[in-house]
Structure formats: C-alpha cells, structure tokens
Design a protein around this ligand. Sequence first.
Ligand SMILES: Nc1ncnc2c1ncn2[C@@H]1O[C@H](COP(=O)(O)OP(=O)(O)OP(=O)(O)O)[C@@H](O)[C@H]1O
Ligand SMILES: [Mg+2]
Length: 226
Amino acid sequence: MTRGLFITGTDTGVGKTRVGTLLIRELVGRDLRICVRKPVESGCMRHGNALVPADAFALRAAAGNREALDRVCAFPLEAPVSPARAAALAGQTLDLEQLIAACRQDVGAEDFLVVEGAGGFLSPLTRDALNADLARQLDLPVLLVTADRLGAVHQVLVAAEAIARRGLILAAVVLNQVDPALDARLDNAAELAHWLGRTIIALPSQAGTGALPQLAALAEKLARNR
Ligand SMILES: Nc1ncnc2c1ncn2[C@@H]1O[C@H](COP(=O)(O)OP(=O)(O)OP(=O)(O)O)[C@@H](O)[C@H]1O
Ligand SMILES: [Mg+2]
C-alpha cells in the first residue's frame, strides 16, 4: 500500500493547490521522498506546442523540483472546463486506469505520494471516473479543503459522507480563507468542529502563517505513519 495523501475539495478554486504546497513544504525535510501528482490538469496555458500545468508546477516546486513536470502531470489539457470535457474537446480519451498508472509511475513502496485531484470530490475526472474513484483506487487518506464562506458546513458534511461511504480515511479538513474580507460573524471552524466532531485546520487569508503549526503537526503525523 502506498503512503500519501489525496488532496480534494468541496469545489474548484477552494485552495487545494495552496494548501497542498504549504503542506508539501512541511513534509519536505521529514526524511521522506515525496512524489507529487496532478495527473490531469485542465485550463493549462499554451506556450508554443507545450501546455503548462500551473498546479503541477507549484506542487512540484514545493517538493523540490525533483521530478519532471510531465511525470507530475501526465495529462495537461487546455480548455478551462472539467478534465473529462477538456479531454473530449482535445479529441483525447482519458480513463481511470490511465490516471492510476500516472499516479503510480516511478513511485516506490517507501515514497510518500501526494495527489491533487481536480474540482471537488465528486467532480468527474474522466468519462468513467470521479475524483472519488481515483482516491478509492489509490487507497489514500483524504485531505478535504473548503473555502471559508457561507455554505461551507453543508459542503464539508456532504463531502465527508461521500469520503466515509467509500471507506476512505479523512486525514484532515482545511477551512481556507480565500476571501480576505470574510464576515467576522461567521464561525465555520466552530460549526464544523461541532458537526464533524473533530478539529478543523483554519488557514487565514494571504500569509497563512496562522495555520502553519497545525499543518506542521499534520505533516508530522503523516510522516510518522509509516
Ligand atoms: N487563503 C488564501 N488567501 C488568498 N488567496 C487564496 C487563498 N487560498 C487560495 N487563494 C487563491 O485562490 C485561487 C484558488 O486557489 P487554488 O488554486 O489553491 O484552488 P484549487 O482548489 O487548487 O483550484 P483548482 O480547482 O483550479 O485546482 C488562487 O488564485 C489562490 O492564489
Ligand atoms: Mg489546484
């Protein structure tokens, strides 16, 4: 069984890559060989003939640029729509087996694999699979990221049910303050802690230094589970 983490979210744009890069930086230096994968990324910028996957680029940089970008992201796609749709628009057929193979390529038994999905936990990745299916097949603990805004409690509880239903471990929930002008009367961290019965990692806007001790503690826990 591979050790690692599947980073998912309640939606697109909630901060999966931001949280992923911060956590990877905490994992680096803990005597782990880290392999990062964003197996399929849509919305890539075109530079000549090449498509540049920005998430894969950021995750790879956080891990120390050890692996080639096309190993991190095997399937970069141009259209800024779901990967399944972007692949269809590019005339490509993508299936779950290809993504599993891309995630496992060059990952040794002792390596720590960090995978970022695309969109939310139940968003389609290919014509035959959701993010949930890839997480299930890789059998990785799940890190769930949500944007701190009204409605987050519902979105996290729904996603947490979907994760549990597949028998996957919910490693942590990160409440990410994407909007710096968040209404101070909201207290999603407390609401989520109440309904989920567990501590939430609250990541402040911009600097994010406030939550780094909690991310460091999570990294330490993940690194120790070997
Ligand atoms: N805490 C934050 N403070 C300020 N900006 C943030 C914060 N979190 C995320 N952002 C910004 O919000 C945008 C979306 O974040 P990010 O790319 O990490 O989301 P994502 O869930 O990985 O998105 P995708 O579904 O496209 O992979 C980015 O421009 C990012 O810089
Ligand atoms: Mg991302």
